[in-house]
Design a binder for this molecule. Structure first.
Ligand SMILES: *Cc1c(COP(=O)(O)O)cnc(C)c1O
Length: 383
């Protein structure tokens, strides 16, 4: 089976984990701090402003709670979003308002966002589809002009940037995901960035029982008097990362440039091998100045054959999928929005396998099987 996503883990990660075992400390501690500092350097922000947490989804829940979103608020997010983003909004009582996306890029334009703003809009929560930055700088400008908070779901944008500025640093708050199917993996884990140092401090407390000044095991031997006493400021959760997953993350972060090079090569090979198939549209090339993490490689097919092609490929050992099913169609969110770009994207888009362990031969196999599956499906559907 050729997987659609797959992590790359090896000897270096094992050695880092062995070191944590030897240290007799698996919890939140010095390796967590090191990973936060290294990630902060990677995205070009101060270390105090990033918090290693248990998942990107938890980060989104922390973000909406931190902002005090409630029943009086709207939060605008693209319909083509991860389900956890809408849940993080709805759980506070705020209303998720879904905006449309471009049918080819699956990212919203600033106009798509602007059309969905209301006087109640408290925050805008876009993602970077497949790692493509999208119109993030225009959306950030729009939010600044209107005094609206921008939360970036940078879950799959770990190496994405616009003119050298990392995705996730355009707004007020952002999350990245290191779950098992992302590019940089820690098993489960995520990073939260808060532009405002005060927000970052509150997030640290909210992520650990609401305790003030939580720092886990520190390298310093100076401990406060009666260090076991409790100072609770918010009724917090337990959403912190730990030294075991941080140690894996540190190695993965160092390997990111290598991952990135391989993914770029896979994307370029697909662009060549898949060119000119009748009825098939390849993903957009990022505009000048934009760097994509290359998390998704998506093709667009006539809706009449998309599902048949996916099933046919699965029969031949090639796993494909579609992300993210449109949220305005999910009854729980009670949306009445009509979003033709999202509908069109959702019925025509298919994600092909792309990960850094994909061999050249795998890429050729996927491309050849895809080409044949499209021909068979088109013949069967008489198109
Ligand atoms: C994976 C993903 C998430 C969720 O990340 P977790 O760490 O699994 O919670 C959120 N948003 C997007 C866009 C994702 O791709």
């Amino acid at each position: 089976m050729i997987n659609v996503f797959q992590p790359s883990l090896g000897e270096e990660e094992l050695a880092a984990v062995a070191e944590v075992f030897d240290s007799d400390w698996l919890g939140h501690g010095p390796r967590t701090k090191d990973f936060e500092a290294a990630f902060a350097r990677h995205i070009g922000v101060p270390a105090d402003n990033v918090v290693f947490i248990s998942s990107a989804t938890d980060g989104l829940f922390l973000a909406t709670e931190l902002l005090g979103c409630g029943p009086q608020d709207d939060v605008v997010l693209p319909s083509i979003s991860f389900v956890g983003a809408a849940n993080a909004v709805a759980a506070t009582g705020a209303r998720p308002v879904f905006c449309d996306v471009d049918r080819h890029t699956l990212n919203p334009s600033a106009e798509n966002v602007e059309r969905s703003l209301t006087p109640r809009t408290r925050a805008v929560l876009p993602l970077h589809y497949g790692g493509h930055p999208g119109a993030i700088d225009e959306i950030a400008r729009l939010c600044r002009e209107r005094g609206i908070t921008l939360i970036e779901d940078a879950a799959c944008a770990v190496t994405s940037a616009v003119d050298g500025q990392a995705c996730g640093t355009f707004g007020d708050l952002a999350v990245w995901s290191f779950d098992a199917m992302k590019i940089l993996v820690t098993g489960d884990g995520g990073m939260l960035y808060a532009r405002d140092p005060d927000h970052a401090r509150r997030v640290r407390a909210l992520a650990y029982h609401g305790l003030d000044q939580f720092s886990g095991r520190s390298r310093s031997s100076r401990v406060p008097h009666r260090w076991w006493e409790l100072s609770v400021r918010d009724f917090g959760h337990r959403m912190i990362g730990n030294d075991l997953t941080a140690a894996i993350g540190g190695v993965q972060l160092r390997r990111l440039p290598e991952f990135q090079r391989r993914r770029r090569a896979v994307v370029e090979a697909y662009d060549d091998l898949l060119a000119g198939i009748p009825g098939v549209r390849l993903p957009p090339r990022p505009p000048a100045g934009h760097t994509t993490s290359g998390y998704f490689y998506w093709v667009q097919l006539p809706p009449a054959i998309r599902d048949r092609v996916a099933a046919d490929l699965l029969d031949r050992g090639i796993y494909t999928t579609f992300r993210y099913p449109p949220l305005h169609k999910v009854p729980a969110y009670r949306s009445a929005a009509e979003l033709p770009g999202s509908d069109r994207a959702a019925e025509s888009t298919l994600l092909l396998p792309v990960h850094q362990s994909l061999a050249d031969a795998d890429v050729r196999t996927v491309a050849a099987e895809f080409r044949e599956a499209v021909e068979r499906a088109a013949t069967a559907a008489h198109i």
